[in-house]
Design a protein around this ligand. Sequence first.
Ligand SMILES: Cc1cc2nc3c(=O)[nH]c(=O)nc-3n(C[C@H](O)[C@H](O)[C@H](O)COP(=O)(O)O)c2cc1C
Length: 399
Amino acid sequence: MSRALTDQITLAGRTAPARVIFGPHETNLAEGRLFSGRHVAYYERRARGGAGIVVTEVASVHRLDHPYERAPLAETNGDGWARIVAACRPHGTLVLAGLGHCGLQGSSAWSQSALQAPSRVPDPSTRELPAEMTGADIDAVIEGFRRAAAIAVAADADGVELDAGPTALLRQFLSGLTNHRVDEYGADRLLLLREVLTAVREELGTKRIVALRLSCDENAPWAGITPDAAAVWARDLAPHLDLLTVVRGGLYTPETYRPGAHTPETFNDELCRGISEAVDGAVPVVLQGSVVDPARAARALDGTCDMVEMTRAQIADPDLVRSIRDGREPRPCVRCNQACLVRDFRNPIVGCIGNAEAGHETRPPVRPTRATRDVMVVGGGPAGLEAARVLAERGHVSW
Ligand SMILES: Cc1cc2nc3c(=O)[nH]c(=O)nc-3n(C[C@H](O)[C@H](O)[C@H](O)COP(=O)(O)O)c2cc1C
């Protein structure tokens, strides 16, 4: 029988109400490095709209990792996670705490100290030259992941998602592009990830979800992670995981994470199918990357993946899953990357050209008024359509 986006799925004994994930992403909604009330409202809104799982903005597991000004810091965010969990749980949505470290792809601007990396390989986009991590530095990162996982457990999160994606230190250790070490972490490039997984599992036990976001193709076959290598790792790691999200990109191609409309929709289909075949049901697999069309997403559940990540689609329409349940077309994400691209020194708040409420969920909702009028809306672009929508919700007649 074919599977539907609105089907439940049980992971580590916890049931998500739908197979659609709101993936981890930068929002700039933090206050300093703390999750804010705006974060809570932002996630609650997607949970109310039916999201199966919310993965919170990746929090750094070590104080020295400070990739952008308002990047959450795990050690200070127990209360923030607890508030997000309390807001989402009544809707049945599972909450995973996103945990990571950007290594050489961070920024020294905020920490004012050298970036940490497996080897002294500069980031081609920032040209920052990192320091090679010592054994003690590596131990501190493992300990950071362990401590962060313990804090997420204390906050009653349903689990954690570990970031080994295109901007992550864990991926930098996996890749021949960035790991030139001559110690055991160079001889076995999977070692750090395995040690982190062991530490995190010790804190979570088997009744909470350990998810991994793994770059399975760095688009740099001469030394980078290839789909074939990733398939072998995925098979090795599957017994230790409850969920595996297949992503693409690395040192030279971090932008393949969330490309614009010039890249075809669901461009990771084939990559994801290869990983699903490799793990052969040992762990549920998630398709990520420009999954914006519910019909296409539903088709992917038959053979390519067990769940889909639809991040920008739910920034554009927080009621995406509810719309699918009700047989309505969701408000579309056109992959313009205009208002949701927020890595910028001006710290813009996450937003959406199609959804003026995205990032502003703490504002009072639009309510009907008794003093209705006829209003002419001039222009039928996104602003005119939004104006007409809000006017209609207020009870005005627009034409
Ligand atoms: C504003 C924004 C910021 C993002 N930042 C991160 C990030 O810091 N870490 C991460 O793992 N993914 C990040 N992503 C990637 C998303 O989690 C998701 O994988 C990506 O948007 C592709 O999925 P989509 O096409 O469904 O949006 C970001 C996405 C957006 C829209």
